[in-house]
Design a protein around this ligand. Structure first.
Ligand SMILES: NC(=O)c1ccc[n+]([C@@H]2O[C@H](COP(=O)([O-])OP(=O)(O)OC[C@H]3O[C@@H](n4cnc5c(N)ncnc54)[C@H](O)[C@@H]3O)[C@@H](O)[C@H]2O)c1
Ligand SMILES: [Zn+2]
Length: 365
């Protein structure tokens, strides 16, 4: 039986269904929520077979009218050029407001497809069918959509909630192991910010969870993300910022590695270790035992916990100042206070950050 998490957002509320064999029955699930609209199915070229095919077979059998288009894999598809190609294609094919867009793929397709749906004819409904662990536990829930500019990642976009999310665990069977691990970093993050039981359970599970455990992992992560975003849909009250634990320095590390040295989750793993060390220095209540457990769990999940040679502490700090989540030039850190809770800290002493970065392997200058 699939598990469903309701994301309560008033008239924008929706269900995230987590389970196995969901793709083969997706027409039924879509039909229950949206009736029988014309569909535009967007899929990552890497998931054409068997996943996108299963979606299309289910839609054909149920008699849905749909067009489909394959999008090249990778971050470069979150671009003005790609969305422009898709806008034009939708207009040429005379898609009207009663169309629903279906995005099948990882966070790239979800973010691009979500923004396409949010902007075409000022907004049409969309369905997310995430096929990476990261997309299941993070990007498909919460309504942030967008594309990148030359000047930086995710600089153009909109909040546009999906009408339904179908997270089919089976799709993870073809996901490259590095991508899986990268998604696990976000799961571990949820344990630290919100759920000590999830954290302890991950410690016991080991690096290769079985399908039933994966369903539980995704389900619990989605519940946490849903709780947080429903309390702060548009990042105005501050609650949503707790999702940024490990991300202030993580984003700097990703950017400093030109987005090719590390996957997102790998950079976040190192960022979480750095934030954990900062919490020890600031005496937030976080203990050295908590720190060791976090480091051990990341290692057990085969994620990096320190920087390779060649990263300058100074340059990383400079990068945190231009992070788009810095407010009025103030860098904000989310620091753990105990397993399952974090606090928001502004004005962290730069020397403390420098010293932590040295501890995790950054060069002095
Ligand atoms: N909207 C949000 O709230 C939010 C949150 C976090 C991240 N993001 C965005 O998500 C993106 C990263 O998402 P991602 O990690 O899913 O990356 P991705 O979409 O690039 O997918 C990773 C790789 O896995 C491949 N792939 C996807 N599913 C597969 C499957 N089932 N089998 C085999 N290969 C598969 C893809 O082709 C790609 O090469 C970034 O652009 C990031 O900005 C958005
Ligand atoms: Zn993240």
């Amino acid at each position: 039986m699939p598990d469903t998490v309701r994301v309560p957002l008033g008239d924008r509320s929706y269900d995230v269904v987590v389970g196995s064999s969901l793709l083969g029955n997706c027409a039924e699930s879509i039909g229950e929520v949206l009736g029988k609209p014309r569909l535009f199915v967007l899929f990552d070229e890497a998931v054409a077979l068997p996943w996108a095919q299963q979606v299309m077979d289910s839609l054909s059998t149920a008699g849905f009218a749909f067009d489909h288009v394959s999008v090249p894999s990778g971050e470069k598809s979150k671009s003005v050029a790609e969305i422009s190609r898709l806008w034009e294609m939708m207009a040429q094919r005379a898609f009207t407001r009663d169309t629903t867009l279906v995005a099948v793929g990882g966070g790239v397709i979800g973010d691009l497809g979500g923004f396409l749906a949010g902007s075409y004819l000022r907004g049409i409904p969309f369905v997310q069918i995430p096929t990476t662990l990261l997309a299941m536990v993070d990007s498909s829930v919460g309504g942030k959509t967008g594309i990148n500019l030359q000047a930086g990642k995710n600089l153009v976009g909109a909040f546009w909630q999906p009408a339904l999310v179908l997270a089919d665990i089976d799709t993870l069977s073809t996901l490259p192991i590095e991508e899986f691990r990268s998604g696990m970093a976000e799961v571990i993050k949820y344990g630290v910010i919100r759920d000590p039981d999830l954290f302890s359970w991950l410690e016991q599970l080991g690096p290769n969870p079985a399908a039933a455990d994966l369903t539980r992992i995704v389900h619990r992560s989605v519940q946490i993300k849903a709780e947080v975003v429903s309390g702060d849909e548009r990042e105005t009250t501050g609650l949503r910022a707790i999702l940024n634990f490990g991300h202030t320095l993580g984003h700097a590390i990703e950017a400093e590695g030109a987005y090719s040295a590390f996957r997102h989750g790998e950079a976040i793993a190192i960022g979480m270790v750095a934030a954990s060390l900062l919490a020890l220095k600031r005496e937030t209540g976080w203990s050295s035992d908590d720190h060791s457990r976090l480091e051990k769990l990341l290692k057990q999940s085969e994620l990096p916990t320190s920087l390779p040679k060649g990263y300058s502490a100074r340059r990383l700090i400079d990068r945190t100042r231009v992070d788009k989540k810095a407010v009025s030039g103030q860098v904000r850190y989310i620091l753990p206070t105990s397993l399952g809770s974090v606090k928001f800290v502004k004005g962290v002493d730069e020397n403390a950050v420098l010293s932590v970065l040295h501890e995790i392997g950054a060069a002095p200058e």
